[in-house]
Design a protein around this ligand. Structure first.
Ligand SMILES: [Zn+2]
Length: 309
């Protein structure tokens, strides 16, 4: 009996240790309506990077390079923020120049936005001997027709990029808008409430996509979490990463995560929604309505606070 309990414990520990996740952070250098001055943006970045470093998470940040210019010249304060990322040993990737929605523009315009997305940032990164070869689609939109999807995929490959998929999609950006609004009225109680709600919401999203991975692949796959360089993560990412560790996760690089063969799954999805890759693969495999049920929603109170003027 003792042997059995021992093996069960070992089995539990092994299963726990298999949970792996990469943290990907979009819309660099920063995205917040509260942290607006160069000094404030520096503070947001410092807080965010402190959480990532403390948790030993080899995160990757995706840069909107249009934010790196002012009056057509490189903005040194904005570049200093990216320097903080590189100094923390983290990788950066391309998130286009103007963050255009591929549903609304032709392929030629999207291609131009990707290429312009290299302006300033690619040289900046390469000069320091760091890699710059991942691309993250704005709004996770890859093309609403097969022709647009094929053209973009082909171009990105040819141009030397690897697409950075997302498996754990969520609405951290809605929480961030709510949090910015709470920061503006200096309401400490409200900030704590929004933060607490955020962490449980995100853990529910993780649990949901863990279940989707089990349903589709019958095992816990290496997950890719999408979050943004925003105010709520500056304050609550540490708490979230701690909870993920308690849940059995170790944090890995995007290179490492993409070695999981799940990422070789066929994807013929061309709907308008920017959805999780897990759902693209599920739709490609012919999964229907029932399969997708139960995705966590942002509570109405948070939504209301996010939309308050
Ligand atoms: Zn984005």
């Amino acid at each position: 009996m003792r042997l059995l309990i021992g093996s069960l414990l070992l089995l539990t520990l092994t299963v726990k240790a298999q949970k792996r996740m990469v943290i990907t952070i979009d819309d660099l250098p920063t995205v917040s309506t509260f942290y607006k001055t160069p000094l404030e943006k520096q503070q947001l970045t410092q807080k965010l990077l402190a959480h990532v470093t403390y948790a030993h998470a080899p995160a990757i940040g995706f840069v909107i390079s249009g934010l790196l210019q002012s009056a057509n010249r490189p903005d040194t304060a904005q570049l200093a923020l990216l320097q903080q990322w590189l100094d923390a040993g983290l990788e950066l990737g391309n998130h286009t120049f103007a963050h255009k929605d591929y549903n609304l523009i032709p392929f030629s315009e999207s291609k131009a936005d990707v290429i312009q997305g290299e302006s300033i940032v690619k040289n900046f990164v390469k000069k320091q001997g760091k890699p710059f070869h991942y691309f993250r689609h704005p709004y996770l939109r890859k093309g609403d027709t097969m022709a647009k999807k094929d053209s973009l995929e082909h171009f990105l490959r040819q141009w030397g990029y690897r697409e950075a998929p997302v498996t754990i999609d969520n609405s951290d950006w809605v929480y961030a808008r709510a949090y910015d609004n709470a920061l503006k009225v200096h309401d400490a109680t409200l900030l704590a409430q929004v933060g607490q709600s955020y962490v449980s919401y995100m853990l529910n999203c993780v649990a949901y996509y863990e279940a989707q991975s089990m349903a589709l692949f019958n095992r816990p796959m290496a997950q890719v979490l999408l979050i943004h360089a925003n105010s709520i993560n500056a304050d609550f990412l540490g708490k979230l990463l701690g909870e993920l560790k308690n849940r059995g996760y170790s944090f890995i690089t995007l290179d490492e995560a993409l070695k999981d063969e799940a990422y070789q799954s066929a994807d013929t999805y061309t709907g308008k929604g920017g959805i999780s890759w897990l759902h693209r693969w599920a739709l490609t495999k012919g999964k229907k309505g029932e399969f997708f049920k139960g995705e966590p929603e942002v509570p109405a109170t948070i939504d209301e606070l996010a939309n308050r003027q």
